[in-house]
Design a protein around this ligand. Sequence first.
Ligand code: PEP
Ligand code: MN
Length: 333
Amino acid sequence: MIVVLKHGVSDEKKAQLIAWLQALGLRIHISDGEFQTVLGLIGDTTNVDMDLVESLEIVDSVKRVTEPFKCCNRKFHPDDMIVEIGDVKVGGGNFVMIAGPCSVESEEQIVKVAKAVKAAGAKLMRGGAFKPRTSPYDFAGLKAFGLDLLKIARQETGLPIVTELMNIMDLPLFEDVDVIQVGARNMQNYDLLRELGHLDKPILLKRGLANTLKELLMSAEYIMASGNERVMLCERGIRTFSDYTRNTLDLSAVPMLHQLTHLPVIVDPSHATGIAKLVPPMALAATASGADGLIIEVHNDPMHALCDGAQSLRPEEFTELAEKVRAIREVIA
Ligand code: PEP
Ligand code: MN
């Protein structure tokens, strides 16, 4: 349920109403927008007398929120959420490019790529240290050493790090990571999501291979219900019968998610297509669709990449793409 307050209500009256609602056993989410204050009621609202609340002098309107997701529901927060990572802002008109290799392979590789993508305009760098691989015989990342190499690259470039956590047990190693990525395969690892909800750190939550938007939002809800509101969603392609691409990029997810939630939406055209040549056109389409950012795999030597070389752009290709992305942003602004 949401309670919209009248404009200019005093803090005292607002606090009285909130205390009364809390006494009914509800958690109250307060969204103080420029023009209105919205109280989001979380919990069992069956005992709340809607007519009584609506009749209060300070209340403008009361609405039931029928969706099962509450914390990430745009009805709770009419304004876009802006996620801050140091000086970098994502959402609410702030567009971000995240780029880097699929996996961290060596100091030379990650530093080289980080410098190149920074020069091209990326504001965050990506790089997997713990890699979920379909085959147990494939390179699974440099693990803790990979995180150390990411920190070296951050020191050299100033770019904050986005990297995937697969297992709660490894969480202590991620203390100094800037953004924790939850991979597609872990989107419904509810124990992991709950644990990330206790952190004061932004989370990049990728859509599962065969998950609906509602399921994606329910996973965001797990993180947010535990207290961490700094969630960014990522559309990275879903499984369909399309045969020539790794996945199908569901770009309609971008405007649909913007309608349903206030959280930023990032698009990953690399995993969505699996083919480097298709990454620039789909990145531009994603930008035009209103995405709040892109996450793109870039490798200095794709032919010899230990993971996802076929979908990785070379630094010069990323530079060219980043310029076109900026042009699209200007057109849709
Ligand atoms: C990745 O970002 O490297 C990755 C494994 O992505 P996804 O979880 O979307 O497959
Ligand atoms: Mn990858």
